[in-house]
Write a protein that binds this ligand. Structure first.
Ligand code: FAD
Ligand code: NAP
Ligand code: MG
Length: 461
């Protein structure tokens, strides 16, 4: 049955994966349902659609983007490669394993530009509210057309939510912070390290944002960086300008007090304290409520909302895998909507969710997390015809990446990996990452040969 209507909210990598999944079905000559996608920004790409703005967008909506200037991939591109569209197919040449943001944005666009996907997307349109009409078995969604300042509604048989979850800051309070005289911001509003040259900065939090913002600020010339952790330090070999301390207890003017009794003065504080799953357009009974984890409660196969089987969520888990996981989820969701995957009854679905959750609870190390997410993707892929992806090899690359980072947080981005999609071995980049201050696509694809001497000369510590 294809005479139904699907609404997709968000045109980031997840929403675009959903469009691509239907497109690949259409290409086989099969009928597809009516599809509409709504995106509040003026372009696709989600997080990868960089903005200089902070706070609110052009039309006063909470700003989505959390990316910054000089952001490079923090995992090997070979771990996120689409199985049906390789990097080599896109760029026509081998590139390095850790490209900058603009290069990955270009890659995401490359696949989707080949289709008519843009025609399905209404940009500058924000989902405001959703109701489920039990009698009609339909979602009524209220949207705001931001350009024309007009409200309208649409009805859908299935609703796909791909709005991301690294956009709304989690911003805890520390006593005295209101009197801190320097810059105070959340990583969501960080737009580049330039303003922190020669400054002493304090980062609160000890995950990916803290790790990368620390290294970015060091690379671009901050005087010192302190990372303050709540549970665990990142615990890697830092250059002397970066150190870790237990959690801040409070502030007095520009002085931070730490749990270990030490104090230190700072010019700026950046909260790297993560994000909230914020879905303000959904009513209580449809809203996913979870912290950042690998298997959110309420989602059967990580995708289908357990209390309303016509509601689909993409990309809501914490992410080792990204683009190819969103593909796997979208292919699964597509086949489910097309009636090819039978949904077990509620009790069995709940049991299945609980099994995965128990397994996640038993994970301890980064390697365990990688194995967990690999098993999850294998599971959902087994239901679909997504082109073969050698996930065991990808998992190996993730584990090697974890080691690379542990060995040298400053040069892991100079390492290279081999594509499981088409066997291309990555190129050693023409400039060591620590020396590369220009992150543009143009400069990245520059044919300047690798300066091996430069590469070996870099004194990282
Ligand atoms: P998003 O990319 O967040 O896209 C969601 C889209 O939904 C946005 O376009 C948004 O405007 C739209 N939207 C939201 N609410 C509404 C609404 N109410 N109505 C209409 N539209 C709406 N991943 C990697 O693989 N490698 C990296 O190096 C990497 N770096 C990252 C760096 C940062 C700072 C952050 C925050 C994330 C990074 N990620 C990285 C992870 C990133 O989340 C994923 O790569 C990917 O962007 C997630 O795709 P998504 O479509 O699920 O969400
Ligand atoms: P995250 O992984 O969810 O980490 C949140 C951090 O905040 C944790 O260390 C957590 O500590 C800490 N925290 C939360 N509440 C706190 C509190 N009240 N007090 C002190 N600490 C608190 O979020 P993230 O680091 O922002 O990463 C989000 C995403 O962005 C990831 O997918 C990441 O890969 C991506 N990213 C990528 C790059 C890149 O270079 N490409 C750069 C930045 C971010 P606990 O351990 O105690 O919970
Ligand atoms: Mg974490």
């Amino acid at each position: 049955m294809t005479n139904f209507k699907v609404g997709i909210i968000g045109a980031g990598p997840s929403g675009l994966a959903m469009l691509r999944a239907f497109e690949s079905e259409q290409k086989k000559g099969n009928p597809i349902p009516e599809i509409k996608c709504y995106e509040k920004q003026d372009n696709w790409g989600g997080m990868w659609n960089y903005t200089w703005r902070t706070g609110v967008g052009k039309y006063g909506e909470p700003l989505h983007g959390s990316m910054y200037k000089y952001l490079w991939s923090n995992g090997p591109k070979e771990c996120l490669e689409f199985s049906d569209y390789s990097f080599t197919e896109h760029f026509g040449q081998s590139i390095s394993s850790y490209p900058p943001r603009e290069v990955l944005f270009d890659y995401i666009q490359g696949r989707i530009k080949k289709s008519k996907a843009r025609d399905f997307i209404k940009f500058n349109t924000v989902a405001r509210w959703v109701d489920y009409l039990y009698d009609k078995k339909q979602f009524r969604v209220i949207f705001d057309d931001l350009v024309n300042n007009e409200t309208f509604e649409e009805y859908f048989d299935y609703l796909v939510v791909g709005t991301g979850h690294f956009s709304t800051p989690n911003l805890p309070y520390f006593k005295g912070i209101e009197n801190f005289p320097g810059a105070v911001m959340h990583a969501h509003d960080f737009r580049g390290a330039d303003q922190f040259i020669d400054k002493n900065i304090l980062l609160i939090g000890s995950s990916y944002s803290a790790e990368d913002i620390a290294v970015q600020c060091y690379k671009h010339g901050a005087k010192s960086i302190t990372i303050s952790y709540r549970s665990n330090p990142i615990d890697t070999k830092w250059p002397k300008e970066i150190k870790e301390k237990p959690l801040v207890t409070h502030f007095e003017n520009n002085t931070a007090y730490f749990k270990d009794g030490t104090t230190e003065d700072y010019d700026a504080v950046i909260f790297c304290t993560g994000y909230q799953h914020k879905l303000p357009f959904l009513p209580d009974e449809l809203r996913l409520k979870t912290k950042n984890c690998l298997y959110p409660d309420q989602l059967y196969k990580g995708v289908i909302f357990n209390n309303n089987e016509r509601l689909i969520y993409l990309g809501m888990q914490d992410q080792y895998y990204t683009f190819n996981m969103f593909d796997a989820q979208a292919w699964f969701a597509r086949d489910y909507m097309l009636g090819r995957i039978n949904l077990p009854e509620l009790k069995l679905r709940t049991d299945d969710i609980n099994l995965w959750k128990a397994e996640e609870l038993a994970t301890e190390t980064g390697e365990d997390h990688v194995d967990f997410q690999t098993d999850y993707i294998k599971d959902i892929l087994s239901y679909t015809d997504y082109p073969f992806l050698n996930l065991d090899k990808v998992a190996e690359m993730f584990k090697s990446w974890l080691k690379d980072k542990e060995e040298n947080i400053l040069n892991y981005r100079d390492k290279i990996y081999t594509s499981v999609v088409d066997g291309t071995e990555a190129n050693i980049h023409h400039t060591p990452w620590m020396k590369e201050m220009d992150d543009s696509l143009e400069r990245y694809l520059d044919e300047t040969p690798v300066d091996e001497k430069e590469l070996s000369k870099v004194n990282y510590y």
